[in-house]
Design a protein around this ligand. Structure first.
Ligand code: SAH
Length: 350
């Protein structure tokens, strides 16, 4: 007889856990106790669930395992940024980054192992997508970095950005499930207004998010407001034209009243011309927005180079002239390949 494969108990909802106990002639509230151990106290074994009887713990042991992540390697940047290589239960590895500033500590979290998109300027796109992360694997990254933040910087995590490996909106169900646990009082109790989900721009899913009335922020990686150029930079954009993206952004604002943030890298000789600037300004007029001009983080090829300072200034001036909020974001953790678009498991041991 084949041995029974035990289920990961962390894939069960609170209702599932309560049902499990009633089906096993116990009381439903045991489900709440277990849920708290798993999500609030972050325990990784059944023995430690000390308010359960020995026989209840044995029952859980017989049916379930508790999968969890481990920090496999850590690298610290000169600027304080910490990059974690996170080992999953099946030995695959993703990366998460903790970024301290004077007033915040931000966790940059991964949503997939690798990425199925093909952004030409992003190191993660060179690793094919292997699988989606489960909700608990997304949640665990946040818990691990919250602990790291308390330990290293003496304060809890203040912000979360889904800008690590993968496309969060292609793993929507698990993303939402993880954010629920991050924000629930039975979980980490963080405010959703401190969370930003970044997408390469998948209109259908952005509209679903709006319909679901999510409370976190939305960032869209735009990089060009000219369809032909955007397709060259992000070939999947052929399937998701700017017109559809604009429609989804308007819909998002109508339903949530939240201002979208555009992430935009300016590359030398690629999108640093006035036609690019004008196209972005026009695109920004479609719906209330903010623009983050992000510094390019080299990924070791000879195609992409950061634009000259005066070109970035030209973008800033043109946007400000139209009263569009724009910030120039310096990258962090570049020396350890921990900056935006540099996550590619380079530190991984083989
Ligand atoms: N798939 C999601 C989230 C991951 S990428 C998305 O596309 O938004 C997080 C951000 O880093 C995106 O804005 C992405 O366009 C940007 N990025 C990717 N490669 C980069 C690089 N080499 N330098 C700077 N930013 C980069």
């Amino acid at each position: 007889m084949k041995p029974k494969i035990k289920k990961d108990i962390r894939s069960l909802s609170l209702e599932n856990l309560r049902d499990f106990f009633t089906e096993n002639q116990d009381q439903a509230f045991r489900g709440n106790q277990v849920y708290q151990w798993l999500w609030q106290k972050g325990i990784h074994n059944f023995e430690g669930m000390t308010n359960l009887s020995k026989s209840t713990r044995a029952l859980l042991e017989a049916h379930f395992v508790i999968n969890h992540i481990d920090i496999d390697q850590q690298q610290k940047s000169k600027d304080g940024t910490i990059k974690n290589a996170i080992k999953l239960h099946d030995n695959l590895v993703v990366e998460s980054v903790l970024i301290p500033t004077a007033t915040r500590t931000t966790a940059c979290v991964s949503s997939q192992v690798g990425c199925s998109l093909d952004c030409k300027f992003c190191a993660t796109s060179k690793i094919k997508r292997m699988r989606n992360l489960n909700a608990d694997e997304i949640y665990d990254q946040v818990v691990a970095m919250d602990q790291q933040s308390r330990l290293c910087f003496d304060r809890p995590l203040s912000n979360i950005v889904f800008m690590g490996m993968g496309e969060p909106l292609m793993n929507y169900k698990n993303l939402i499930n993880a954010i629920d646990k991050i924000t629930q009082s039975e979980g980490l109790g963080m405010s959703p207004s401190r969370i930003t989900v970044s997408t390469s721009g998948i209109p259908k899913m952005m509209m679903k998010m709006a319909d679901d009335q999510v409370l976190f922020g939305l960032a869209v990686s735009l990089h060009s407001a000219r369809q032909s150029l955007r397709e060259q930079l992000m070939p999947f954009a052929e399937k998701f034209p700017l017109e559809d993206l604009a429609h989804a952004i308007k819909y998002w604002y109508k339903k949530t009243a939240k201002v979208v943030t555009y992430e935009y890298v300016v590359w030398k000789g690629i999108n640093d011309d006035y036609q690019d600037i004008n196209a972005l300004v026009d695109f920004c007029k479609i719906s209330p927005c903010k623009v983050n001009l992000i510094e390019y983080n080299p990924i070791g090829d000879d195609q992409f180079f950061q634009a000259e300072k005066d070109r970035i200034k030209a973008y800033e001036t043109a946007l400000e002239a139209e009263r569009i909020t724009v910030t120039i974001r310096r990258s962090r953790g570049k020396d350890i390949d921990a900056a935006c678009g540099q996550l590619a498991n380079k530190g991984e041991r083989v």
